[in-house]
Ligand binder design. Structure first.
Ligand SMILES: [Zn+2]
Length: 230
């Protein structure tokens, strides 16, 4: 039962510990063999929090009626979060540094956000992403006196971003705002999505214009095909 106490082998403490049932899901199934008998199966999946070390882990208890007295218990140690590796590697810092100190600040912030995310610091990362996204908007349209939402709105109005990007970045700002001002703890996966959105904006601001310059310099054969007459 969620909220209840249970004993379990904590993978961190490596011994039987008092744990709190954080989440639980009970999956009962019954397979009829004939009119009289059935085989019953029950899996109990639980996220437990060790009351000693505070680590959260997954326990799966499996039982079936063919071995009536046995319950098998599997304990899964917590997985490390998948590390976020910054998309824009150090050689690109040189390109970032061309324009202004603000660019170096934003790039440094971006690297700090990646580190925070890798350490599971979702609130810090979300606040940082909000500042990063805002800084990129200011880079595109200048700072609006009405503040952060106005900067994003202006970025949309000047057609730097599409309607769907505007909606996406509005959510990114809101998640960062709530983390900074309303004691909100965003989930790791959601903050990853926020960072992915901010990376798209970084690409738009820094990488795409330079790529355009390079591609514009490519000599392509002139188009000699005659225009069709309507
Ligand atoms: Zn423990």
């Amino acid at each position: 039962m969620e909220g209840a106490k249970t004993k379990a082998l904590c993978p961190e403490c490596e011994r039987e510990m008092n744990c709190k049932v954080e989440k639980e899901y009970i999956n009962n199934r019954s397979f009829p063999v004939n009119d009289e008998f059935s085989i019953d199966v029950c899996d109990t999946l639980a996220v437990l929090i060790c009351q000693g070390c505070g680590v959260g882990f997954f326990r799966k208890n499996s039982w079936h009626s063919e071995a009536y007295d046995e319950t098998t218990t599997e304990i899964f140690p917590p997985c490390d979060p998948v590390a976020h590796s910054p998309k824009f590697q150090s050689y690109e810092i040189v390109e970032f540094s061309l324009d202004s100190g603000a660019d170096m600040f934003l790039y440094g912030l971006y690297l700090e956000i990646s580190s925070a995310l890798n350490a599971g610091l979702t609130k810090l990362a979300a606040m940082g992403i909000r500042t990063l996204a805002d800084g990129l908007c200011i880079k595109l349209v200048g700072e609006q006196p009405e503040g952060i939402s106005a900067n994003l709105k202006k970025t949309f109005e000047e057609k730097h971003i599409s309607q769907s990007e505007f909606e996406l970045f509005s959510r990114v700002l809101e998640i960062g705002n709530s983390s900074a001002h309303r004691m909100f703890s965003p989930a790791l996966d959601d903050v990853r999505l926020c960072l992915e959105a901010a990376e798209r904006l970084m690409h738009h601001v820094y990488i795409a214009p330079k790529n355009l310059q390079k591609l514009n310099a490519v000599q392509t054969p002139p188009n000699t095909r005659k225009k069709r007459t309507p």
